[in-house]
Design a protein around this ligand. Structure first.
Ligand SMILES: *Cc1c(COP(=O)(O)O)cnc(C)c1O
Length: 493
């Protein structure tokens, strides 16, 4: 299947590209994104057929329906990475919490957050393509915490790939920082920046636009690519697990085949819930997608009013930092799917020029057929974490935002799956504040220990080991020196 562009074609880029072209060069005409020309429709008995499938079997079948230009062997190798999750037959278990409430745990991979679900297989596919084309790629990532560790892990020692990760020094949790700076792959460079996440992200944007930087890379025979969530190579793996949610409820005899369910997704860049939207279009019986946000509630405003207005907005730093966002990239793919490329270009040109776009009431009503949304603040999150642990379920602050949507947005008494995007271990000081109902500033190490002993919570070895691991990447620099550091790294390795 070929891929087309959300904002139409500018006459310079090809009108259609293959899957591998779309993931190697993810920027499309007019600043748009690549999307599949059509979504595959699944046969009527698709779910029944997979009722006993292992996760990898389901995944392989769905990927095949997209008719991507990747050989079966490479797809299978990529999917084999799910074997490194806690339970290889069930890499993302769906756990019953209340009569009608289930948690889909997406954090059982190597870096204990949902980014692994897509980045693990994506890294394998990208390295395969680079080797096949005999090209070298530099992956640049700026991270506020979860993407960095997941990208470093997936690209570690992968052939024809080098990865540089920029993080704000002091702006991530201890666990997230250690997951990066203790990495020991030959092809990795991790750089702390004196500044905040915006500084790291801006530095990355400047590099991507710098012609001297590109010229230097060319001399070293290296091309630039990105592993952020606008890459369709990540999105495609984020469709599969929503089918898994449904199959798990069928297997647990909680629903009958065809019965509709709600999915609640804690959202930032909208990649996770976009996968669910595509799943619904491909035939998954979903009543509605409930979008949960934190106090950076731009998605709630957009879905409620059809207006995306960031003119007066400032980013708030919350206790669910992976959802702290103003510009959410993947909403563009939904807008394209509903209203086409001409309208998408119009709306995003408005957003770029005026920091606002307005959809018509008819368009907004259409959007609301699929989505509804709400947001919660840190207080709500703290109370929720405590309330749910009191009845036996431990969740992280991102997952807690889903409970607000579950409480408020359901219009029918249907079974509901909420998505748990991070393990409590990645945000243990916040979780301990909730449980102890205080605002003590805990170090991650102490919070991890206290929670695991007091509440008998499982502490994975990979997290425990971090605190005695060697720091291989102590470098923290001013943002002016980033380009030079990266060039040095490319030349010597
Ligand atoms: C990335 C992330 C999210 C947001 O997911 P999107 O696909 O960007 O909407 C939510 N929670 C956690 C823990 C994350 O790492």
């Amino acid at each position: 299947m070929n891929f087309i562009e959300t904002r139409g074609n500018d006459g310079n880029l090809p009108k259609e590209v293959s899957f591998s072209q779309a993931i190697l060069n993810p920027s499309a005409s007019f600043g748009g994104l690549y999307i599949p020309k059509d979504l595959p429709a699944l046969e009527d008995n698709f779910l029944q057929k997979h009722i006993n499938s292992a996760y990898k079997e389901l995944a392989f079948d769905i990927l095949k329906k997209f008719e991507i230009d990747i050989e079966d062997e490479a797809i299978l190798n990529a999917l084999n990475l799910y074997d490194n999750f806690d339970d290889k037959n069930n890499p993302c278990p769906v756990v019953k919490v209340k009569d009608d409430l289930f948690v889909h745990e997406q954090y059982h991979g190597p870096t204990r957050a949902f980014k692994d679900m897509a980045l693990q297989p994506f890294g394998s596919i990208l390295s395969h393509l680079a080797q096949k084309k005999d090209e070298n790629y530099l992956i640049l990532a700026a991270t506020s915490g979860d993407t960095g560790p997941a990208a470093l892990n997936t690209f570690k020692n992968k052939k024809n790939i080098k990865i540089v990760c920029l993080y704000p020094d002091g702006g991530t949790s201890d666990v997230q920082r250690l997951q990066m700076v203790c990495e020991d792959g030959d092809n990795q460079k991790i750089i702390g920046i004196k500044g905040n996440f915006d500084d790291a992200q801006n530095a990355l944007k400047n590099l991507l636009a710098s012609s001297s930087f590109k010229a230097e890379l060319e001399k070293e025979n290296t091309k630039l690519s990105a592993a952020n969530s606008v890459n369709f190579g990540r999105i495609i793996f984020q469709i599969i697990y929503h089918f898994w949610s449904y199959l798990e409820l069928l297997r647990q005899n909680e629903i009958k085949d065809g019965e509709k369910i709600y999915l609640v997704v804690p959202s930032g860049n909208f990649g996770n819930v976009l996968g669910a939207y595509y799943g619904q279009k491909m035939g998954l019986p979903i009543e509605k997608l409930l979008v949960a946000s934190n106090e950076n509630n731009i998605l709630t405003e957009w879905i409620k009013t059809g207006i995306y207005d960031i003119r007066e907005k400032e980013l708030k730093l919350t206790k669910s930092p992976a959802m702290d966002i103003l510009k959410s990239s993947n909403i563009e793919r939904v807008i394209f799917d509903l209203f086409g490329s001409t309208r998408t270009k119009e709306l995003f040109d408005d957003l770029n020029k005026n920091s606002i776009f307005k959809m018509s009431p008819e368009e907004t009503a259409k959007l609301q057929e699929f989505f509804s949304a709400t947001f919660s603040d840190d207080d709500f999150g703290q109370k929720t974490i405590k309330e749910y642990l009191d009845s036996g379920y431990l969740m992280d602050p991102h997952t807690a935002t889903c409970i607000k949507a579950y409480n408020e947005l359901k219009e029918k008494p249907l079974k509901t799956v909420i998505y748990s995007t991070a393990e409590w271990t990645k945000f243990s000081p916040t979780v301990l504040n909730s449980l102890n109902q205080n605002s003590t500033k805990y170090a991650d190490k102490d919070a991890l220990e206290e929670i695991s002993t007091k509440f008998d919570a499982n502490l994975p070895k990979s997290i425990k080991e971090l605190f005695s691991s060697k720091i291989n990447h102590p470098l923290v620099i001013n943002k002016e020196n980033i380009e030079e550091e990266i060039i040095k790294f490319i030349r010597k390795s």
